[in-house]
Design a protein around this ligand. Structure first.
Ligand SMILES: [Zn+2]
Length: 230
């Protein structure tokens, strides 16, 4: 089961499998929200199997160091974002649009630096940690951005795309993206997974068909998975 934990400016997710896995940890001020969600779902902090980060930005890795101390769980992160974790800083936040430039000063905060316990590259399996799923490298937003693809056709996609501010079930480009071309290739990769539902790092979830709509819009023509990447 997947449970969304609404944090101040981002989403974290709790995966309840044979053992519980926490995906992302909110921003530095979100500790109470995360601990409250664990308690509300009957997860004793010491029973948490793993803390998996979709990437190393402050609104996803913000409470990782403190939660590691409180739960004893290992923190896993793609090797490409390990330096962000070690620095406690977001690094480059390349705004995609005016909205991105407006919100950047409010979201670009420092967080407690930490050394990841597990660094992975691609295809990291959650099965040894009690959840049916695997972690795919989906870089672009950051070098180490990753998505959690679950057995039920659902995926937690971090900031590859965000949900819409106004419309439920719609995807939008994220405010920030360091390498848009690479990010588009990551969206293609996710589209090929045939996902039913995507759970982003910001705002609400949307159907997997939104990945195809985004790719069609980006290329100016209907995107066919069998065709050449846009
Ligand atoms: Zn981010």
């Amino acid at each position: 089961m997947l449970i969304r934990i609404k944090c101040a400016i981002s989403n974290a997710y709790l995966l309840l499998g044979d053992r519980p896995v926490l995906v992302d940890t909110g921003a530095p001020g979100d500790l109470k929200r995360i601990l409250g969600a664990l308690k509300a779902n009957g997860v004793e902090p010491g029973k948490l199997s793993l803390i998996l980060l979709t990437h190393g930005h402050s609104d996803h890795a913000g409470c990782a160091a403190e939660l590691k101390r409180r739960t004893g769980a290992q923190v896993a992160l793609h090797v490409g974002d390990a330096e962000l974790a070690r620095s406690g800083q977001n690094g480059v936040l390349a705004a995609q649009d005016t909205l991105g430039r407006i919100v950047r000063p409010f979201v670009d905060e420092q967080f407690e630096a930490f050394e990841p316990d597990l660094v992975f590259r691609d295809g990291f399996s959650l099965e040894p940690h009690g959840v049916k799923g695997r972690v795919l490298a989906t870089p672009g937003h950051t070098p180490g951005s990753s998505s959690v693809v679950l057995g039920a056709g659902e995926a937690i996609i971090g900031d590859v795309l965000r949900g819409s501010l106004l419309w439920p079930n719609k995807a939008s480009p994220h405010f920030f993206c360091n390498d848009p071309e690479l990010n588009t290739r990551s969206i293609i990769r996710l589209a090929r997974e045939g996902l039913l539902r995507c759970h982003p790092g910001q705002f609400g979830s949307f159907p997997g068909s939104e990945l195809h709509r985004f790719l069609s819009t980006a290329s100016g023509e209907v995107f066919e998975l069998s065709g050449e990447p846009v």
